[in-house]
Design a protein around this ligand. Sequence first.
Ligand SMILES: Cc1ncc(COP(=O)(O)O)c(C=O)c1O
Length: 406
Amino acid sequence: MSIADYERLQRIQFEAEGYGQSTQAVRAGQHRSLEGEHSDPIYATSSYVFSSAREAAARFGGDEAGNIYSRFTNPTVQFFEERIATMEGGERAVATASGMAAILSTCLALLQQGDHVVCSRSVFGSTVSLFEKYLTRTGISTTFVDPTSIDAWREAIVPETKMLFLETPSNPLAELTDVVAVAALSKQHELLLVVDNCFCTPVLQQPIKQGADIVIHSATKYLDGQGRCIGGVVVGRDKEMEEVYGFIRTGGACLSPFNAWVFLKGLETLRLRMDAHCRNALDMALWLEQQPGIERVFYAGLPSHPQHELAKQQQTGGFGGVLSFEVTGDQAAAWRFIDATEMVSITGNLGDVKTTITHPASTTHGRMTAEARAEAGIHDNLIRLSVGIEDLDDIKADMCRGLAAI
Ligand SMILES: Cc1ncc(COP(=O)(O)O)c(C=O)c1O
C-alpha cells in the first residue's frame, strides 16, 4: 500500500463528536486497519510482537504507547469501549468480562476498607449478594434504601459514605429513582453516583448527562440483544476509569475480543431493537392490566404506575422492554402460568429479541433472604417478562395459555 493510500485511510477515521446517537452507534470507535475493512475486525490475539527488545522494554516500561498483551489492551475491545463511551456521553469506558465484573471492579478500584455505600434495595440479586456478602469481607459496608425516596438516600449517608449505587428502572419491579435529585445529593456530599443503566441503555437514558459519575452495563442484556455473550462495561471520567482499567488489567476480568465484536454489532442495531421492545412492552402491559387473573402490572409506561411522570421526564423514546406482573394466587400459580407457555423462553436472561419469562423469587432473586425479598416487594406470585420483538399476537396467545393454567 502506498503512503497516499495509508493517509487516505487515516483521513476517514470517524470523529464521532457532533453526530447524532444513531450515527455514533454504527460508526463511533471504528479505527480502520491498513486493509481498509468496512466492518470492525476481531483481533483474536493474546499478545503482540515488538520490533526489537528495546521496543518491548519501552512498552513494558510505559515509555512507549502500544499493545503488549490482551488482558491490558485489545483493539476490538477498545473499539467497543470507544463506541459505548460516546453513546453514554462519558470520557472513557472500560470493558469487563461480565456485568457483575463491572460492578465488582468499580467498587474494588474506587473504594477501600472502611468505606460505606448507599445502595438501592431494588437492584439485581447478585448485586445485593456482592455488596452484602463479599464486599463486607473487604471492610466495605452497605446500607440498602428505598430507591424511590430521596429522604431515604439522604438519611443513609454517613461520614464514611463514598458511593451511591442504583438501577433505574429496577429489576424486576420497575421502580424509578430520580437521577437528577440523587446526583444533587451525591455532589453535595462529594460522593460517586453509580448507575446500572442495563434496562434502559443509552438509547433511553443517559445518566451521566443527568449528573451521574459512572454508568455500568451488563452488556449481556440489550447491548448484545440476542442472548449470545456475557460481558460488561464501566463508563465515566478519565480519572476514575484509569483506576478501573488498572484493576481490570491486574485483576484479569477483561472482555474477550470476540464478545466485544458481538457487542459492537449489537450497538449498531440497538436503537431499532429498543424501539421495538418499548412498543411491544407497552402494548403487553396495557393488555395484561385488563386480563382477569392478573393482580398488578409493574411497568413505568403505564399511566397507573406511581412514577409514570418521572419516567416520561427521565427516559426518552420509551419505557423499556421489561415488565412484571403478579398473578392471582401463590408461587404454585405463578409456576403453572410459566409452565403453560409454549413459545416464550423460560430463562433467567433478559434484553433478548426473544421474549423471556422468569420467576424472580425462585431464580434471579432466589439468593436474597425471604425477608429481603418481601421488603423489596418481590412476592412469590410475581412473574417477569422481557418482551421480545416477535409478533404481539403470538406473545399474547402464550400469555393466554398461562392465564388459563392459573
Ligand atoms: C440490572 C443488572 N445488572 C447487572 C447484571 C449482571 O450482569 P451479568 O450477568 O452480565 O454479570 C444483571 C444480570 O441479569 C442485571 O439484570
